[in-house]
Design a protein around this ligand. Sequence first.
Ligand code: ADP
Length: 743
Amino acid sequence: MGRSDMTVQPLRVLLLDDNPDDRSAVVRTLRREFFNLHVEQITDAESFERSLETGNFDVVITEHQLSWTDGLSALRTIKAAWPSRPVVMFTDAGSEEIAVAAMKAGMDDYLPKSPRNLEHLPAVIRVTTEQARHGQFPPNRNLRLLQSENQQSRTLSLLVEVSRIVATSLDVDTLLQDVAESIHRHFEYPAVRLFTLDDEGQTLVLRGYSGISADSPKSAAPEVRRQPIDQSTIACANHIGKSHVASETITDHPRPAGLVPAQAEVCIPILDAGSLIGVIELESNCEADFDERTLSLLETVADTVSIGLRNARLYEESQRRLQELTLLSRIPVGFGAGLNFDALISGTLKELHELVNADRTYFVTIDPETLTWERDHAQVAPGVESRVGLAGTFADMPVELKRLSTGKPFAVFDTTFDPRVDKTRDMYLSQGTQSTLLVPVQFGKRLYGALGCDYCRDKHVWRPDEIRLLEAVARQLELALDNLHLFEEVRLRADELAAALTRLEELDRLKDKFIQNVSHELRSPLAIVHGYVEMLQAGELGELQPEQRKPVAIIARRVRMLSDLVQDITLILEAEVSPPTSEAVRLDELAQVAVEDFQLAAEQAELALCVEIAPELPPVAGSPDYMRRVLDNLLGNAIKFTSAGGTITVRVWRQEEQVLLEVSDTGVGIPPHQLERVFERFYQVDRSIWQRYGGMGLGLALVKETVETYGGHVTVESQVGEGSTFTVMLPIITNSDFENAEL
Ligand code: ADP
């Protein structure tokens, strides 16, 4: 029908709509199509009644939602008065139910309000009026349109929901369960099951379920949970790679009592790169439910699920790799529990067991010397015996051990038939092992042990990645065992050294004791000799002959040296046993006395001995005996190590809260690298001086130890060939020190 025909014919439209914008949109659109158009806009009951009375219209367009009535009532009123006048409902308040009721009441067409449908409105008006003119009533074309639109939106929302599940779930079980529930919600099929194919590709495992019977993945009967792939319907899905509908009554699945058997079942394969990885299985009570459109929708769902499964698998794999790497990195450091064989092996087995999913993971220690082996650690699945303690000789496991010593793994799929385990079959049978894998752990070139995995519930095909993992773990164990051995050796050495040290300390203690005893025994005779020599020198025992004077002087000097030495030894060793008491000591006075004592010796050595003592110096904490020896040693050394013509200066002064004593000389000096060592016990820069001057290298040790006992310290500065300066610093004694010292 041409547009020109329509444009000349007058068209009278009754427009029932409360919304002025919508009314003018309708008028505008119709005016574009119908040249001779009369629109009567109805917004209240009176004008509606008037129009009905006159019947001055060809077609009615009505909104359903009206303030003064509703579209459905208006339709019924119109049809009661003017049954052949077409009525079209153009509404945004309608629903499928209203549309159906309106159709039943004789409505000629129905359009949900939308810009797109507004464009369709002129065509709908044209067709309905034309048909009314010719006494025909139009089929419910737009109702079907509405139904199909609804179906499309349902389709879309299912796909959106499945995509969302796939995008948000990385766990296969959650993913498949959520998808099953989503499909069930959309189609209300009696049962929706989602399976994945297991690693061996032989069995479909139920992972998601939604429906009226109770076979959720957890509670399902074993035959529902795990189905062999060659089962008829699923096999079809597998072979054809297309959905398969079985129209006969399905009896495969156990059904709760009283439930009608399903009339139709469909299997939609889930494919990844063309191979089957899972199946969506649906039951319905009506075969017509599985029309082509629905099947193609379900295939799209299956494709989306396939992407989800791939993502989840990639995620699982990356998690597993991470776990593997973590395990491998933790082995060489003994899981942070220190290096200990038992902790190392049980830590390794615990983590490995979780990773490999075997029923028994164990470690066998092999002793090549006694030619025996023993399973000393194991991790097992619930209900599986660990058989720790299982032991035997090499003769018990000839094939396995022989193979392991080549460094290669030994994998058995079926211990009941594998001829390689003929001799040990009984052992495997007795411990329920169906499949076993052994990987050698070598230490150097020798076989140290083996890492083993057993499957007891089923037979297991050992995958290359599993074997590789076990081998990698074995290599890391070798490293860790190597470390463990080194560590053991070091510990042994350390124990030996500690024992040697204790022995040395004991010897040292005995030596000190011995020296102390000897010094003690020497003191009295030396004092007597010293006294007599002095008397001899002073002529108290008669005037000495001129030729006797020199030997007696030598005897006197040597005896003095000897008694000084004995005194140093006694003081230094006594201080070790019981620290000397503390009292107020006047360093200035002690220094003055010492200088006077050494005056004669200095003169004899042709040295100038100068003294500079600041007035009114406060006392320091110390012991007079020890302080005297400090001064004697410093002055004695200065005289000893300065050649004739040199100068020795003794200075005592206060600096802040300390009194400083300085003894400097213009002697031989001390090489820089030996400056610190001169304070060590028995240290002498040049051993040859011992022959000349005597001494044992104890003097400066006594100086340092004494000074430090009283909270001070000593330093030395020296230039070889120019002289040395020793400075002793001691803290001034305070009033509270006096009180504490109970003077
Ligand atoms: P010794 O009894 O051997 O003198 P000391 O402990 O008093 O032992 O001194 C250790 C060593 O330090 C001396 O053997 C000497 O080599 C060096 N020494 C000490 N005082 C001086 C000094 N004033 N000048 C040069 N060397 C010195």
